[in-house]
Design a protein around this ligand. Structure first.
Ligand code: HEC
Length: 177
């Protein structure tokens, strides 16, 4: 037993003062270098991080669910009025999305009729577009039957204009301007 590797004794328990084996020290030193190398490779060069993975997932999702096409009305009037293709698409979308609250023929259920002459939030394309895209928040409601949900993210402008083209084809009190 050498000087610096003295045995220690506490309360009758003896700790041997053996040096760490060389292989053990080597593994320790290598592990430190491998660790530094790994960190540099991981952050600087690899594509193992979550950012690339996330970007890949996002691209996949956007390919599967493309963002709704953006349609801009120049003067507020629905650019799809009287377009028979848009009217047919609009009817389908209305029956899928709006009919639960407004009735299959827009005759009104919880939401008001959209085929009568009465418009409580405005009867121009610009106002109706705003009401459908942004919804009608609870504090703006006039019927006290709950709010009207926004459809800007779920449908987007193209589908909303299609729905409005269908409504306009059934109700001539929905005017362009
Ligand atoms: C969850 C039920 C619900 C859904 C779904 C819904 N609405 Fe409504 N909508 C309402 C309610 C309730 C009102 C009336 C709010 C109030 O009290 O003023 C309303 C009001 C409206 C108005 C204003 C009517 C007016 O007289 O001025 C329009 C236009 C309208 N909805 C269109 C749509 C369209 C188009 C869709 C489908 C894209 C749709 N809504 C989906 C519940 C709904």
């Amino acid at each position: 037993m050498s000087e610096q590797h003295e045995q220690k004794e506490f309360d009758g328990i003896i700790q041997a003062g053996n040096d760490l084996p060389a292989w053990y020290k080597h593994i320790f030193v290598y592990a430190v270098f491998i660790g530094i190398g790994y960190a540099i490779y991981f952050h600087g060069f690899s594509s193992w991080g979550t950012e690339d993975y996330y970007a890949g997932q996002l691209a996949e999702h956007e390919a599967k669910f493309p963002k709704p096409k953006e349609i801009v009305a120049i003067d507020g009037a629905n650019p799809m009025r009287e377009d028979s293709l848009a009217i047919a698409e609009g009817e389908k979308n209305f029956k899928n999305v709006c009919a639960a609250c407004h009735g299959v023929n827009a005759e009104g259920v919880v939401g008001p009729s959209l085929v009568d002459k009465e418009w409580i939030h405005g009867n121009t394309d610009a106002l109706v577009f705003e009401n459908i895209m942004k919804g009608i928040a609870i504090e703006k409601t006039k019927l006290g039957r709950g709010p009207m949900p926004a459809h800007d993210n779920s449908l987007g402008s193209e589908k909303v204009y299609q729905v409005m083209a269908w409504l306009a084809s059934k109700n001539d009190t929905l005017v362009a301007k």
